[in-house]
Design a protein around this ligand. Structure first.
Ligand code: SF4
Length: 459
């Protein structure tokens, strides 16, 4: 009963957020930067911000997250952080030898108004950036946007700094996967390769945030998009941007800067969103869908039809990021469930525009977005009309315990379970895994609570 003081009565709030359904921008920028090969994320702000962002990523991915900081003190807060960043750039290249330093700002450096491109130019002029090495940046003030905005800003920075158009097209596609797990990135690449399509994925955190234990220390891991690949992204035939908030801004910039046609897609979670991904890839690259992928799809349809009765009419509450919530809700509706409460703290017009269509068959559904669309509100709604399942990150475990509702861990951060970075949620295989998790949660609760005379060996 950790949240027993949450009142049932819902009152309109204007200036108060309680347990937000989002976190701060630099975490997203740091995660995106880790998806560049040999890149060291750098937090231009105080040590506390950097420690917090690193620890959140480490807790979720269960991997040590390397990042450096400008280590602001009171002096930097008054006079600006230029001297700190110049010293940092010189030291980082000398000590840690990355190919790229990806600088993101924090609330403090944004409030001071530090001009990062000017400081980086000064670092280049003063010879602090060795030949063949790069410093890129993204502005990530945390008092606007969310971790998703920060991710989007850093991915946009990759295009801004590196993508070039030579005028000769390469028969390849760019894939911007959005904020998904390393396992999801690996699965999207596998499906793309299975279609016989050459791709450049950025960012790509597979083999970095899920790197194997080899017995040898590796500062950067083997994975990540390379600088050469980022440059070549300007010559691709098309960009598939998955997720409107995390990926489309970079896709739009690539379109305007290098004339690479943009296709906006949902993150391929569930049957329909994966179908749209496969169809778009097939149409854009003019390749047939192989039988192996059709059979994967068939396995998903089979498990869906076998178990639909257990999902039918189950009420679900969800919280998290819009790019994940949209296809997840679509999938839940497809399998007969009722996503009745959906909240996100991440801003952006697309969520409000898309959710009415996704939830058109669930008239009682409520969805909210913004600072007051928090987990406190979800809890209040549940207290008024209960749900059968809760879907979201680890923070929801308090609500789940208080209300005796099973929690399916989904999104960021997941700090109290493992597996999310190793097993995908995307594609047909990922959808089968989601079905397994949903079904197990429902049946485990039924077994736990069934009276003895109704406790069945078979289901
Ligand atoms: S909200 Fe701002 S000050 Fe707080 S950790 Fe995030 S970047 Fe740092």
């Amino acid at each position: 009963m950790l949240l027993r003081h949450t009142p049932k009565e819902v009152k309109e709030r204007e200036a108060l957020t309680i347990n937000p359904a989002k976190t701060c921008q630099p975490i997203g920028a740091m995660y995106a930067a880790l998806g560049i090969h040999n890149c060291l994320p750098h937090s231009h702000g105080s040590q506390g911000c950097c420690s917090y962002h690193r620890s959140m990523l480490t807790r979720h991915y269960k991997e040590p997250v390397m990042a450096t900081t400008s280590s602001f003190t009171e002096g930097s807060a008054v006079f600006g952080g230029q001297a700190n960043l110049l010293a940092a750039v010189e030291n980082i290249f000398a000590l840690y030898k990355p190919d790229v330093i990806a600088v993101h700002t924090t609330c403090l450096s944004e409030t001071i108004g530090d001009d990062i491109p000017q400081i980086v130019s000064k670092a280049v002029e003063e010879g602090k950036v060795p030949p063949g090495k790069f410093v890129i940046h993204a502005n990530t003030p945390s008092y606007i946007g969310s971790h998703v905005t920060g991710f989007a800003n850093m991915v946009k920075g990759m295009v801004k700094y590196f993508s070039v158009r030579t005028g000769v097209k390469d028969n390849q596609v760019n894939i911007i996967p959005g904020w998904v797990e390393p396992s999801d990135m690996r699965e999207i690449k596998r499906l793309t390769a299975e279609m016989g399509v050459k791709s450049i994925m950025f960012p790509d955190t597979s083999e970095i945030m899920d790197s194997p234990q080899t017995g040898k220390f590796e500062m950067y891991g083997k994975g990540g998009v390379t600088i050469d690949e980022l440059r070549a992204s300007g010559d691709s035939i098309a960009t598939l941007a998955m997720g409107h908030e995390a990926s489309v801004p970079a896709g739009e910039l690539l379109d305007s800067k290098c004339k690479v046609k943009l296709y906006e897609l949902d993150v391929p979670i569930g049957l329909k969103a994966t179908d749209r991904f496969i169809k778009t890839l097939s149409d854009v690259m003019n390749v047939p869908v192989p039988e192996s992928i059709e059979r994967e799809r068939g396995r998903l349809v089979d498990i869906l039809t076998d178990n639909e009765q257990y999902f039918y009419n189950k009420r679900v509450a969800l919280y998290g990021d819009p790019d994940q919530l949209i296809p997840m809700c679509e999938f839940l509706v497809d399998i007969g469930m009722r996503p009745v409460y959906v909240v996100t703290g991440t801003p952006g017009k697309y969520f409000a525009a898309r959710m009415p269509e996704v939830l058109k068959d669930i008239p009682e559904a409520k969805f909210r977005q913004g600072p007051q669309a928090d987990m406190f509100l979800v809890h209040q709604w549940i207290k008024n009309e209960p749900v059968d399942l809760l879907i979201g990150n680890t923070w929801g475990k308090y609500i789940a315990r208080d209300e005796n509702v099973p929690l399916i861990r989904f999104g960021f951060p997941i700090m109290d379970r493992v597996g999310h970075s190793y097993f995908p949620n995307v594609g047909y295989t990922g959808a089968i895994r989601l079905i397994e998790k949903l079904l197990n949660a429902i049946l485990d609760k039924r077994d736990r609570e069934a009276p003895e005379e109704k406790f069945e060996l078979m289901f």
